[in-house]
Structure formats: C-alpha cells, structure tokens
Design a protein around this ligand. Structure first.
Ligand code: GUN
Ligand code: ZN
Length: 399
C-alpha cells in the first residue's frame, strides 16, 4: 500500500513531496516525487508525519476533565478517586477504555504510557481495547495502600502475570509516595524485572511535597523515598517534577530516569511552573504528557504548545534568561523524543524499517518554513484525515 504526501521527515526542514510504501507493520520504502502507483490515501496536498506519543495519561480519567478550583490533593479526593472506583465494574472499565482508545487515535496519539486503576478489571479492559486498536502502550495497574478510599487500596497484582503482547506491556505504577507505604514501595521494587517500566508521580504540588516529608521523615527529600527502594532507573517515568531541589535533579539525572513534563496539568491544578532550565542543566531525559484528567486535552501538539507557553511565562516573569523551546523541538518531543523515552524503538519517525504508525494531515494553510509553528499553534484534530496504526489504514471519520 502506498501513501502520498509531503514527508515530514525532519521538522526543521520544509517537507518535500513524496510517498511511502507500507510493508507488514513497517515502512518499507520512502520516495520523493510522484508515487509509483495509485496511492491508497493522500495526495499532493497531504502531509505525512509520524503518529504522536503521549508519555503520561490516565485512561480512567477521560470523563473527569475540566473540574477546576482545587489543588492536587483535594481534586484527587473529590473528583478522581470517585471516578476510579467505577472501574470495579468490568463493563464500565471496558467501555471507558474503548472510548479512551478511540479518542486517542482520533487525536493522532498512536502510542502512550499510562495508568489504569488499582483494579484488575483495567487489565482486561486494556487488552480488549488493544485487540481493536493496537496502540503501542505501556500501561500499569495503580498501586496504593493508604490515603485513598478502601475500594482503591491494593488488590492482587495481575498485570505482570499476563501473557506478553507485541505492542502492550505492563508497568509497575505506585501512584505516588503519599498513597504508598514503605512496604508497598518495597513490593513494587520486587515486581520489577528486566525491562519492566516503573511509572509514578514526583513533586507535582507543594502540599504533596510537605505531606511526603511528614510521611517519610527520615528521607532527605522526596526523590530519596523512591531511591531508597531502588525504584529509580533508566526505565522509570517520573511525572511532573515541578518542585525539586538541586540534589533531587542530580539524583534523577544520575539514575537516567525520564522526567515527564505535563504543562497543561500543572497549570490546571496551579501546581507550579516546570523548571526546564534545571532539567537541561542537569541533562535529565525529558518527555511530555497530557496527564488527562489534570490536563484537559489529549492533543499532543497542544501539549507541546503549552510547554512553550509555560517556558515563555517563566521567561516573562521569574527568569528572563529562561530557555524557551522552539515549535520544532516540541514537535520532535511528541514524536521521536517520547518514543525514545518510552523505549518504543523504531517509533515516532519516518524512515525505512520504522513502525507504520503514521498520520496523514490536510492542514488549511500554505506549507512553508512556518509549517511546524503553524501546526503547533493552530492544531485541530480534524487536520488528520487518516491514521496508519500498526500498518492498518484507518479513515479518521470512521472512528
Ligand atoms: N498524583 C497522584 N495521582 C495523580 C493523578 O491521578 N493525577 C495527577 N495529575 N497527579 C497525581
Ligand atoms: Zn498523572
């Protein structure tokens, strides 16, 4: 099957007209100029780019977006925990996961790392959704044993005993130190083997950090709680990291952890402005995520735009010398950058042999040197006409 369109191989270059031949689940051939046969989709006005990857999302929270006026801990208690208890019902878990998958693909997100609930029902739900729409994914059952409603406290771990799947792997997700005892964190470490990822939250809000200092008085700082349990490695995804000391930045950089910046969520919950300069100074590996439902949108170009805007706000207020990323840099982050951070080898790029997870776009403007900037700032999901998911062509209107 052939796709036709301008090829967005490198966001720093104006894309040239060309075509892509799809092999079994991979890009088989890429050519410039007119396609060698009638394309299955696209034309000379289309754009072909890699699918987006979201490095932090909560599937059970899709119906909980937009409840403003609370800080993190109050919002978890009033909005999120009640929503997550609904996954005790298998049908609800399946229906909401199917809907989350459909909405992600419609938005061009073809891979993610995310959270389910503490129930085993979420595992069945995500396996079922992946049978229909095989997103490339790292998903984890949430672990908690305190400071949450009893129905959400720890349940027997099921995910890691499931048969491995080609595009879906299960991670260990202790929610955050507030809701985990030392015993639970030690059991999380015991569940990590070989290439299993660990996902958790770190230093999102000031009140959360104060509470962690009260709960773990013998640790020098928040990151040390996770480190004492050997949870920090190059397969650890740490969401937020808004309120870190220099020692914590140095520790997580040294452990090669991935920091997942969630700019829309940090603004929504008034958690704080992410310090991109500290992350850069320490050479920390960086990814970005929507963090639905603290983030109120799933479109990754908009999350990239929010990252730029947060950096501009820091530059205009606190820190005139603050680094402001370019639209091209954030475009790379939402494609190959996030793919690399999540260990999705061969994803997020247009090259022969790469995963056939692609988007065909028809933006309503001239294609010139401002293309990526226009895409980032004016993004609408209806720029997408088709997706190629695991080699299968999908007309977006049919989703
Ligand atoms: N910290 C612990 N749990 C959560 C969650 O579900 N969302 C966000 N944004 N932060 C958290
Ligand atoms: Zn989160």
């Amino acid at each position: 099957m052939i796709l036709q369109g301008r090829l967005l191989v490198d966001p720093c270059q104006v894309p040239v007209p060309g075509w892509i031949r799809l092999g079994e689940r991979r890009i088989a051939q890429i050519g410039a100029g007119d396609p060698p046969e009638t394309p299955a989709a696209g034309d000379e006005n289309s754009l072909i780019c890699p699918g987006f990857i979201d490095a932090h999302i909560h599937l059970p929270q899709f119906d909980s977006m937009g409840c403003d006026g609370m800080g993190l801990l109050q919002w978890l208690g009033e909005i999120i925990f009640p929503a997550e208890t609904r996954w005790l019902d298998q049908e609800t878990a399946c229906a909401q996961t199917r809907d989350a998958y459909r909405r992600m693909v419609r938005a061009g997100t073809l891979g993610y790392a995310g959270y389910l609930t503490s129930h085993v029902q979420g595992i069945t739900a995500v396996e079922e959704a992946a049978d229909r729409l095989p997103l490339r994914a790292i998903a984890g059952q949430v672990l908690m044993d305190r400071n949450a409603p009893g129905t959400l406290l720890e349940q027997p771990p099921a995910a890691l005993q499931r048969a491995p799947r080609r595009r879906l792997s299960f991670s260990v997700n202790p929610r955050f130190a507030v809701s985990c005892s030392d015993e639970l964190l030690a059991s999380a470490a015991a569940r990590l083997s070989g290439d299993t990822f660990l996902q958790t939250h770190l230093a999102e809000s000031k009140r959360e950090c104060e509470l962690v200092a009260e709960l773990f008085p013998d640790d020098p700082h928040y990151a040390a709680v996770y480190d004492r349990h050997h949870l920090l490695s190059d397969r650890t995804l740490l969401a937020h990291c808004v309120h870190l000391s220099d020692d914590e930045w140095a520790l997580i950089a040294g452990r090669r952890c991935v920091v997942v910046h969630c700019p829309t969520a940090n603004t929504f919950l008034s958690s704080g402005l992410f310090d991109l300069d500290a992350a850069r100074a320490h050479g920390v590996r960086l990814a970005i995520g929507s963090d639905v439902a603290a983030g109120s949108e799933i479109d990754m170009p908009r999350i990239g735009r929010a990252m730029i805007e947060v950096a501009k706000m820091r530059a205009m207020s606190l820190q005139p010398a603050a680094y402001v990323p370019t639209p091209q840099e954030v475009w790379k982050l939402i494609t190959c950058g996030n793919a690399d951070a999540l260990g999705f080898s061969g994803a997020g790029r247009l090259e022969v042999g790469a995963d056939a997870d692609l988007l065909l776009l028809k933006p309503r403007f001239e294609i010139d040197k401002h293309l990526i900037s226009r895409l980032i700032y004016t993004w609408r999901d209806d720029y997408i006409t088709h997706c190629v998911l695991d080699g299968q062509l999908i007309d977006r209107r049919e989703l």
